[in-house]
Design a protein around this ligand. Structure first.
Ligand SMILES: C[S@@+](CC[C@H](N)C(=O)[O-])C[C@H]1O[C@@H](n2cnc3c(N)ncnc32)[C@H](O)[C@@H]1O
Length: 721
């Protein structure tokens, strides 16, 4: 990416960096034209779309090597190692109608089943045997293994049936002898024992089913437009605390690169011990065939009939099953682009894929924003509903014009790369109509920007890792929230941010659940926290985080007034042992600055700074501020010390007054308090010099050490209680 960025001529760079959303077509066309003669771009594209060079292409030699690794590990009882080697072997195993490919696949499934059997993971072991039988029905060892597992779970009848099937397919003399002995032994058992229930019959019931896409209940929700915050979702009815306001399936979603080997690429749950891979490429892992089929919009049986070059996929793609979006299929086929490009670019491609799949066309001109009070869904008949939703993609805000010039440039390069990757991937079936790569790229650039602003992080609670080499089981005590995927939820993305949110988001499979965390009165906006929250971060940190991450300045109710937590978050105790003095950080004045601009100039002339005015315009009317505040510009003057008594008196009044106190009250109290102190950098109680920056550094170091300890403890995942 870096060399490609460097290769862009300065004039073109400047044009792209200063482009706005209405110029995207011309800026993308100019970049596309430049890349069309660039050797570097051609080479990169070749790497991204060439199935033969790709690291994610299916490769029987990797399967054979991993299978051998698994066998070696098994011999020395390294079960966990053997299991992951066989899973890797399956990941790379080609799915084709060739005899040798089918046999290889079936062999590895049976090998993995043997380990799972040893580990008493009966359900998973039975599933793997079933997979082997589906792929290669005359593979005796698959029937044999399944019979042994059924025997161990007391399904003696099933065990005998499978063993007899194994006998039918066995070709070696010694094998036949062994199977006959097994049948005789099992039949004796069968006549002497009454049988408990069959675990295998329960399996089907227990198999996870993914919720079908349902329409959220949005009857009581409306969208409202304001120039300050764009679209805002509000309720027409009062909502009680804890109400489920709506639930919504992801429009498009993608697992994070860091979770590719641990979570299902479709439902994002933790992978079981017997994950299944994609039939065409070696990247995605799914928890079940059901997830795989939904991600690729193709049943396994069809996958097995693919010829070597996967050409038949094109036929399937011409008539994708209704209601199944198969978001992985268009980017799959053994080429690397979707595996190596940044997640947000691949997610944007998935969104584009879905738009074209639904609408049948790619059209940039649809639906300009219409500010006003608009119901989210007027007509919920299927077609109209989806048209409304597609229209909403165009109306998702991108904050494009507020992006940094480097972000704009990077998004342009990604947009052009992805547009070409999609067009050159052998199995791509996006419908572009008459659109050129540059036009597709301009749509992608906008989608990447929209994805950045609107996509939500999908979280999972971490679940216990089983110790596969121990059959004794283990106690588990660490539970943590892990960010596993990124998804776009159309209705969810109309929720604005607040640093004191009134709704909470949670996820199950690919579904978003929005619940109220307080009583929300009719007509109020539903506000979610995008991350920075009062009590966790100071006003300045919240402001910077939102600006950096989402390119907007927060206009929520909490940022429109002083929050008591800011005071606590930005203060230190004097570091001298036994001293109770409290030292406030210089940047505590950040919120003071915000408010003082709205108030009459500071009254006490003694504290008006003349000599320390730094001329930094970001500090607004700096010369009118009390002298105690210039610490933010000049650190040597920035020690604002307050005696414990005053601090307590102030915070007491503050907290007692109201949890979200009256701004003017706080402002005047705070100004009065600050005005009593000089910036001499000393603790007011003991007179020791106080270095707030050093104190902050010490606190940060201690925090990161603590964090490392927690991480070490979590990764160890052992706790005895
Ligand atoms: C996920 S969208 C929310 C819906 C958005 N208002 C719209 O019109 O599509 C996030 C964007 O909404 C705007 N926004 C959200 N919360 C805001 C807030 N508290 N203050 C100002 N703008 C906000 C910002 O432009 C932000 O990038």
């Amino acid at each position: 990416m870096e060399p490609l960025l460097r290769s862009i001529p300065l004039g073109l760079k400047n044009m792209i960096m200063s482009t706005d959303v209405s110029d995207l077509r011309s800026s993308c066309a100019a970049l596309d034209l430049h890349f069309s003669t660039s050797l570097l771009f051609g080479q990169l594209l070749e790497q991204l779309v060439n199935t033969f060079q790709s690291s994610c292409a299916k490769d029987a030699s990797v399967t054979l090597k991993s299978k051998l690794d698994g066998n070696t590990a098994l011999k020395i009882s390294k079960h966990a190692e053997a299991l992951s080697a066989y899973t890797k072997a399956l990941r790379f195993a080609p799915y084709s109608s060739k005899e040798e490919d089918k046999l290889l696949l079936a062999t590895v499934f049976v090998n993995r089943a043997s380990i799972l059997h040893k580990l008493k993971q009966y359900e998973a072991a039975l599933r793997d045997c079933g997979r082997a039988i589906d792929v290669y029905p005359s593979y005796s060892k698959a029937w044999y293994r399944r019979s042994r597992i059924k025997f161990d779970v007391n399904n003696l009848e099933g065990a005998v049936v499978d063993m007899k099937e194994a006998l039918l397919h066995e070709k070696t003399g010694s094998g036949l002898k062994q199977i006959e002995n097994e049948i005789a032994f099992m039949e004796t058992k069968l006549t002497t024992r009454s049988l408990p229930s069959d675990i295998t019959t329960q399996l089907d019931l227990e198999l996870k089913t993914i919720q079908r896409e349902g329409l959220p209940d949005v009857q009581r929700l409306r969208l409202h437009w304001s120039d300050e915050r764009g679209w805002d979702l509000y309720t027409t009815e009062q909502l009680d605390i804890g109400s489920l306001i709506f639930q919504e399936q992801a429009y498009a979603a993608i697992v994070l690169k860091s979770n590719r080997d641990t979570h299902c690429h479709y439902c994002f749950e933790v992978l079981p011990v017997d994950p299944v891979g994609c039939c065409r490429c070696a990247i995605p892992m799914y928890c079940s065939e059901s997830c795989r089929d939904q991600a690729t919009a193709m049943p396994v049986t069809q996958s097995l009939n693919l010829d070597e070059n996967h050409k038949s996929e094109v036929k399937i793609s011409e008539s994708p099953p209704v209601k199944v979006h198969g978001e992985h299929i268009h980017e799959c086929g053994g080429c690397a682009w979707s595996a190596v490009l940044p997640t947000e670019a691949v997610l944007a491609a998935r969104i584009l894929f879905r738009i074209t799949q639904r609408a049948g066309i790619l059209d940039n001109d649809r639906s300009p924003k219409v500010p006003g009070d608009t119901p989210c869904t007027e007509d919920r008949s299927d077609r109209q509903y989806y048209l409304t939703r597609i229209r909403m993609i165009d109306s998702l805000c991108s904050n494009f014009d507020k992006l940094s010039s480097n972000d704009k440039l990077e998004m342009h390069v990604l947009g052009v790369i992805v547009a070409h990757c999609i067009q050159q991937s052998s199995n791509s079936f996006m419908v572009y109509g008459t659109k050129s790569a540059a036009e597709v790229a301009s749509k992608l650039v906008l989608l990447i920007a929209q994805t950045r602003v609107n996509a939500m992080a999908i979280y999972r609670m971490s679940s216990p890792e089983e110790d596969l080499n121990s059959t004794a089981g283990m106690a588990f005590c660490t539970v943590e929230q892990v960010k596993v995927a990124q998804g776009l939820f159309l209705l969810g993305s109309s929720l604005n941010h607040s640093c004191v949110p009134n709704v909470h988001a949670s996820f199950k499979l690919r579904c978003l659940f929005i619940q109220s965390v307080s009583t929300i009165s009719a007509g109020s906006s539903l506000e979610l926290c995008y991350g920075p929250q009062v009590g966790h971060m100071s006003h300045m940190e919240r402001k910077n985080t939102l600006q950096e991450r989402y390119s907007f300045t927060c206009k929520c109710s909490a940022c429109a007034r002083v929050s008591s937590s800011d005071l606590f978050l930005r203060s230190f105790r004097c570091t001298k042992q036994g001293c109770m003095g409290v030292v406030l950080r210089p940047d505590l004045c950040d919120f003071h600055l915000t408010y003082s601009e709205r108030l009459p100039p500071a009254v006490d002339e003694e504290f008006i700074s003349e000599e320390h005015g730094c001329g930094d315009s970001s500090f607004g009317n700096f010369s009118k501020l009390p002298r105690v505040y210039p610490g933010s510009c000049d650190q040597s003057l920035g020690r604002t010390c307050v005696s414990e008594k005053d601090f307590q008196a102030f915070t007491y009044t503050y907290v007692q007054k109201d949890a979200v106190p009256d701004t003017d009250f706080i402002e005047s109290e705070f100004t009065k308090l600050m005005a009593r102190y000089k910036t001499d950098g000393r603790c007011p109680d003991c007179g020791s010099p106080v270095d707030v920056e050093t104190a902050q550094e010490i606190a940060n170091t201690a925090l990161s050490q603590l964090q490392s300890l927690v991480e070490a403890a979590v990764s160890n995942r052992r706790c005895f209680y």
